[in-house]
Design a protein around this ligand. Structure first.
Ligand SMILES: Cc1cc2nc3c(=O)[nH]c(=O)nc-3n(C[C@H](O)[C@H](O)[C@H](O)COP(=O)(O)O)c2cc1C
Length: 300
């Protein structure tokens, strides 16, 4: 990473989705998280979807937030303060970006580099983006879109030969698709694959037969996360680790809520672990809780 490395004694930080303001970076800087992920940020500001878009259940979590965020121009204003806070706490800070098309990833990567972030996480797995009335395809399932996005990041802008930390976040996939998408990713100077984003198109109903989550297309399809996805995420980590060359790290995310979950992610092959839903629901103090258990676990 550019200036700071992740503390190997507790290689755990937040997953993208909740930290988008300077005050949230501050609370993570003060917490036991070993790194900070800001975003996902898009080129333009987005209000996100309306209605009930997050059910907040740490076990069966569903969301269709629709990427609410201040946009890259605002991020350029507040980003330097975020970087300063993280670095003052000795922690690397990564920007998660979400392009609505492959070309947008190149622009977002250039901007993030200039602001001073230590690395970038390309969110190729967002299942909840509706733009101009249409649900966008999930990039990480389509090899041509993955390859076009990475072309734009590595060859379209100013990052050529920068040797910067670029990671790719993907959706959960079947074994054949892991093989197909890995064969694209391994052709680029990607430093890590982050697996996994939410499970697309999950669904639940209220007692009156309305979907639990409101979506602009009225399907109620939402991204599934939390405890329900932990075993699936472990399986994804192990399969990606087995498939990728060793130069590309695997970061594990999905359902992690305790030190034992962190340990299992490491056993499956992750070198770094992220916590999403448990942090979104419980706040940055979750990292202190997991860290103290983790140290005891290591001491056993
Ligand atoms: C409310 C919510 C918002 C999220 N927003 C993002 C996002 O902006 N970018 C992203 O890459 N992943 C996003 N995610 C996915 C999480 O980072 C994570 O990959 C997924 O939820 C699985 O981990 P978890 O079970 O620990 O939450 C979001 C998840 C939730 C629940």
């Amino acid at each position: 990473m550019r200036n700071y490395s992740i503390d190997s004694a507790f290689p755990v930080g937040n997953a993208a989705g909740h930290c988008k303001s300077v005050s949230e970076v501050q609370s993570l800087a003060r917490s036991s998280a070993s790194f900070i992920v800001v975003g996902s940020i898009t080129l333009e500001e987005r209000a996100g979807n309306s209605g009930n878009t997050f059910n907040g259940d740490p076990v069966f979590c569903l969301n269709s937030l629709g990427l609410p965020n201040p946009g890259i121009e605002k991020l350029k204003e507040i980003g330097p303060a975020m970087v300063m806070l993280a670095h003052a706490a000795g922690k690397p800070i990564i920007l998660s970006v979400a392009g609505l098309s492959p070309i947008e990833f190149g622009k977002l990567a250039d901007e993030a580099y200039d602001v001073g972030f230590d690395g970038i996480e390309l969110n190729l797995g967002c299942p909840n983006v509706v733009s101009v009335g249409e649900r966008k395809p999930i990039i990480s399932y389509r090899r041509k879109l993955v390859s076009a996005s990475l072309d734009n990041v590595f060859f379209g802008g100013r990052l050529q030969n920068a040797g910067w930390f670029v990671s790719v976040k993907v959706s959960p996939m079947d074994p054949d698709r892991i093989d197909e998408i890995a064969s694209v990713i391994e052709q680029y100077a990607v430093k890590a694959v982050v697996t996994m984003n939410t499970v697309p198109n999950c669904l639940d109903y209220n007692r009156d037969e309305t979907p639990v989550i409101n979506t602009p297309d009225k399907t109620g399809y939402a991204g599934g996360s939390g405890r329900q996805v932990f075993q699936q995420a472990l399986g994804q980590v192990k399969q990606w680790r087995a498939r990728l060359p060793k130069e590309i790290a695997v970061w594990g995310v999905g359902g992690v809520q305790s030190s034992e979950d962190v340990q299992k992610m490491l056993w499956a092959g992750a070198s770094i672990v992220q916590v999403g839903t448990a942090y979104f629901v419980g706040g940055a103090k979750v990292f202190g809780d997991i860290a103290s258990q983790f140290i005891n676990l290591k001491g056993d």
